[in-house]
Design a protein around this ligand. Structure first.
Ligand code: F6R
Length: 229
C-alpha cells in the first residue's frame, strides 16, 4: 500500500483507498501511522472511501465508524479532511437511495478504488454484505444479520443497543476495486475463511465472490488459516 501511494504520488496521481473498520485492520492502521511519522509517507494525495456505517448513529457516537476511523487512523495522518468519505449514519430514510447513489458516484468520480482493505465477518460478509447479497449489489441499506449484531454487542454494551441496519458498499462496488486485500486473524474466523476460499461461490458467503477477482489476496494468521486443507 505504501509503495502504491509513493509511486502514484511521484507520478502526480492520487491513490484511492477503500477502508474497513473493526478489530482486524488496526495493526495495519498502526503501521500506516508509523510509516507516516517515521518514514515520511504522505497521505496528502490519498482519497479514502469506507465500506460502511451504522444507520442511526451520529458521527460523534463512540461506536460510529466515523469515530473509529478518525480515532484509529485519520487523526494521525496528513490526509485532507475533504478526501475522507464514509456513508452518513444519520441520513433520513427517504434520502437513503440518493445518498447511496451519490456515494457510488463519488467513487466513480475519484477514478475507482485502487486498493481495497477488507475484513470478514462470521457470516462471510465483506463490508456488511450479509448472506443473500447479490454479486452485483451496490451501495445500499442492509439489515444486519443476528450473528453480526451479536458480535458487535459487547462494544455497544448489549445487543439492544446495536443498530439493526447499516449502509454498506455492495459486493459489486467492492469487486470493482483494482486490488483487494482481505485480512483475518484468529481461530474464530477459521471456518468462514475456509468457506470463502475453498467453498462454492455463493451469495450466502459474500467473501466467496473474491475467488473470481483478478487481484485479491487473503492475509491470514495461522489460526485463521487452520481449517484450510
Ligand atoms: C467493517 C466491515 C466488516 C468487518 C468484519 C470483521 O467495516 O465492513 O466487514 O471487516 O465484520 O470485523 P472484525 O475485524 O471486527 O472481526
Amino acid at each position: 500500500m505504501a509503495a502504491l501511494i509513493r509511486d502514484r504520488t511521484t507520478a502526480g496521481r492520487t491513490t484511492v483507498l477503500g477502508l474497513a473498520t473493526g478489530g482486524t485492520p488496526i495493526p495495519l492502521y498502526q503501521e500506516l501511522i508509523r510509516l507516516h511519522r517515521e518514514e515520511g509517507l504522505s497521505f496528502a494525495n490519498v482519497v479514502t472511501f469506507n465500506l460502511d456505517e451504522y444507520l442511526g448513529l451520529p458521527k460523534d457516537h463512540p461506536e460510529s465508524y466515523w469515530s473509529f476511523m478518525h480515532h484509529n487512523l485519520f487523526n494521525h495522518l496528513d490526509l485532507p479532511p475533504q478526501n475522507i468519505h464514509l456513508p452518513e449514519g444519520m441520513v433520513a430514510e427517504s434520502e437513503i437511495p440518493a445518498h447511496c447513489a451519490a456515494y457510488e458516484a463519488a467513487i466513480r468520480n475519484a477514478g475507482g478504488i485502487d486498493f481495497q482493505i477488507l475484513g470478514i465477518g462470521r457470516t462471510g460478509h465483506i463490508g456488511f454484505n450479509e448472506p443473500g447479497s447479490p454479486k452485483e449489489s451496490r451501495t445500499r441499506r442492509i439489515h444486519l444479520d443476528p450473528v453480526t449484531r451479536q458480535d458487535a454487542a459487547p462494544a455497544f454494551g448489549g445487543l439492544e443497543n446495536v443498530p439493526t441496519h447499516a449502509i454498506t458498499m455492495g459486493c459489486g462496488t467492492i469487486l470493482e476495486a483494482r486490488k483487494i486485500a482481505l485480512m483475518a486473524w484468529g481461530s474464530k474466523k477459521a471456518d468462514i475463511v475456509r468457506e470463502a476460499i475453498s467453498g462454492p461461490i455463493t451469495d450466502q458467503v459474500s467473501a466467496s465472490f473474491l475467488q473470481e477477482h483478478p487481484d485479491a489476496t487473503f492475509y491470514l494468521d495461522k489460526e485463521a488459516a487452520s481449517a484450510l486443507g
